[in-house]
Each structure stands twice: as structure tokens, then as C-alpha cells.
Design a protein around this ligand. Structure first.
Ligand code: PEP
Ligand code: MG
Length: 299
């Protein structure tokens, strides 16, 4: 199978009737970059930045983060790298940062909520990313957003950090993109307004499914209820894609559903621009895309 898939390595991800989709890699560690490229990744669609914090005994400094982001961008040689800012809380913890005990951690103090209330954690990551932006094609995305106000606060903070760097004589790329993850029903429902604030969306179907269906993604006892193909979830995905395009921005999917080849024709007919999947799924998804004829597909 692997051998047959190799012929798709340098192929474009384009359907028989000519619809193109960008096929990118989800990675949790920069060590995976070479393998992603070997498997035909057109970019990194989700770099989970938690590894920087997990493999440390204290918060990584701006300098340490800068070195790693710079190296990642250089190794990707101009292909886009979407770095997601720190997504702690719920299932993700480190020893040196004590989170409050909460009755509902998945609905609690996590991700962008931590970053916006603790700028001493957010600041070094944003500055490191801004400084690295001139070494390749960087996009920064923010997890767990629920409101336009949050996005405006994020943008103002990024702008302020950028201004400070520029005043200190440090270059920041003009083509840096800022985007949000659509992984709460709230974000999907107000995606028309959010799309006016950002350069792109990436739909996090893992959390979007959890919050739409009220099914804990970690709870095996109700694992059979965790269904990304549920019409409620698919409607929110479709709405997000239409609102992105109405406002002229691109939209991808980076949750596990992006690798579900039964859903590929649905996502493509909704108009998805990018699918980001784990490295071993890139070529199998590309093969399905290349054999698809959307004009023959009835969802
Ligand atoms: C998601 O929620 O779909 C997602 C991609 O993020 P994570 O799985 O890291 O929460
Ligand atoms: Mg998520």
C-alpha cells in the first residue's frame, strides 16, 4: 500500500473535476517536520505548541521559543506553518504551573482564557513568534475562542508587541497571518463576525464535537456518542466555511475528522480550502481526493 501511495507524494491534492485542497500536517513536535515533508505535506496546518512547555521544568523563555520557531520555519522552506498558541488546561497539564481544581475543566480555565488573563505567559510566546516570522511563512492561531471581544483583545495585544519590537529595531513579517480555531459552537455561530477580524479559520472538530454534542471527548463510557458526522456538527462546519468565504478568508479543518475519508467528499463539496491531518494520514487522504469526482457526489 505504501508503495502505491508514494506516487501521490509530489502530486497536488486535486479532484478529477478540478477542485484543489491544501493537504497539511498536524504535528506536536518539530522533530516530525522531516517526516511530514517526506509524506508530501504542503504545509504545517497545526503545530501544537504545548510540547515546548511539556518538555520543560519551567516556562520556556522568549529566546528558547524563538530559536525553535525560527528553525521550524527555515526547515519548511517557505511552506506555511500554522502555530497554535498555548492550549493548556482541561486534559493538558505541567507540574510547574498549578491550575485550579475545577468541577468542569473542559468548560474552565484553559487555552486562550489562560493566555488573556496571564500576559506574562502569553507575551513571550507572541514575541518569539513575531521575531521568527521573517524566517518563513508563519500563521498564528488562537484556540477556544468564543467571542469577537476576545479576538479584538488578542489582536490589540499582538499589535502592541509588534510595535515594541519594531521600535527596538527588530523586523516582523508583513505577511504574517492571524487566525482562530473554530472549536466551540459559539465561534461557529458567530463565524460571520469573526471572519471580519482574522485572516483564516481552522475548525477543531475534536472540541467542536465535544461541545456541540455535550459528549466529553475523554470519557470512554460515552465514546460511542462522540460522532463528528452528527448533522449538528456538520451544519456548524458548513456554516463556518460559508461565512469564511463570504468574507474572503480561507478555512481549514485540523481536528481528527480531517482524516476521515468518508467525510472528505462532504468537506470538499462544502468548499473547504485546507485539511490538516496527522503525518501517516496525508497520503491516504490525498489518494481519496485525487480519485474523487465532486460532480458525481450527492451529499
Ligand atoms: C480540536 O479540538 O479539534 C483540535 C485540533 O485541537 P486539540 O485536539 O489539540 O484540542
Ligand atoms: Mg481543541
Amino acid at each position: 500500500i505504501l508503495c502505491n501511495l508514494q506516487k501521490f507524494k509530489n502530486a497536488q491534492s486535486i479532484t478529477l473535476d478540478g477542485r484543489r485542497v491544501e493537504l497539511c500536517a498536524n504535528i506536536g513536535n518539530p522533530d516530525e517536520i522531516e517526516n511530514a515533508l517526506l509524506n508530501g505535506a504542503e504545509g504545517i496546518g497545526l503545530m501544537r505548541s504545548e510540547f515546548l512547555y511539556m518538555n520543560a521544568s519551567s516556562f520556556p523563555t522568549e529566546e528558547q521559543q524563538f530559536t525553535i520557531y525560527k528553525s521550524m520555519l527555515e526547515r519548511m522552506q517557505g511552506k506555511r506553518v500554522v502555530v497554535r498558541t498555548l492550549d493548556f488546561g482541561a486534559d493538558k497539564h505541567v507540574d510547574y504551573f498549578e491550575l485550579p481544581k475545577e468541577a468542569n475543566p473542559a468548560l474552565g480555565y484553559r487555552a486562550i482564557r489562560i493566555c488573556l488573563s496571564q500576559k506574562d505567559i502569553f507575551g513571550p510566546q507572541i514575541r518569539a513568534l513575531l521575531r521568527a516570522s521573517v524566517y518563513g511563512k508563519l500563521a498564528i492561531m488562537f484556540p477556544m475562542v468564543i467571542s469577537v471581544d476576545e479576538v479584538r483583545e488578542i489582536k490589540a495585544f499582538v499589535q502592541e508587541q509588534k510595535q515594541q519590537l519594531i521600535e527596538a529595531g527588530i523586523a516582523v513579517s508583513d505577511s504574517l497571518e492571524l487566525g482562530v480555531m473554530i472549536e466551540t459552537p459559539a465561534a461557529a455561530l458567530i463565524s460571520d463576525q469573526l471572519a471580519q477580524e482574522v485572516d483564516f479559520f481552522s475548525i477543531g472538530t475534536n472540541d467542536l464535537t465535544q461541545y456541540t454534542l455535550a459528549v466529553d471527548r475523554m470519557n470512554e463510557k460515552i465514546g460511542h456518542l462522540f460522532n463528528t458526522s452528527h448533522p449538528a456538527v456538520l451544519q456548524l462546519i458548513n456554516l463556518t466555511i460559508q461565512n469564511a468565504h463570504k468574507n474572503g478568508i480561507w478555512v481549514g479543518i485540523c481536528g481528527e475528522a480531517a482524516a476521515d475519508t468518508l467525510l472528505t467528499p462532504h468537506f470538499l463539496s462544502m468548499g473547504i480550502d485546507e485539511l490538516s491531518v496527522s503525518v501517516p494520514s496525508i497520503l491516504p487522504v490525498r489518494e481519496v481526493v485525487c480519485k474523487l469526482d465532486l460532480s458525481q457526489f450527492q451529499g
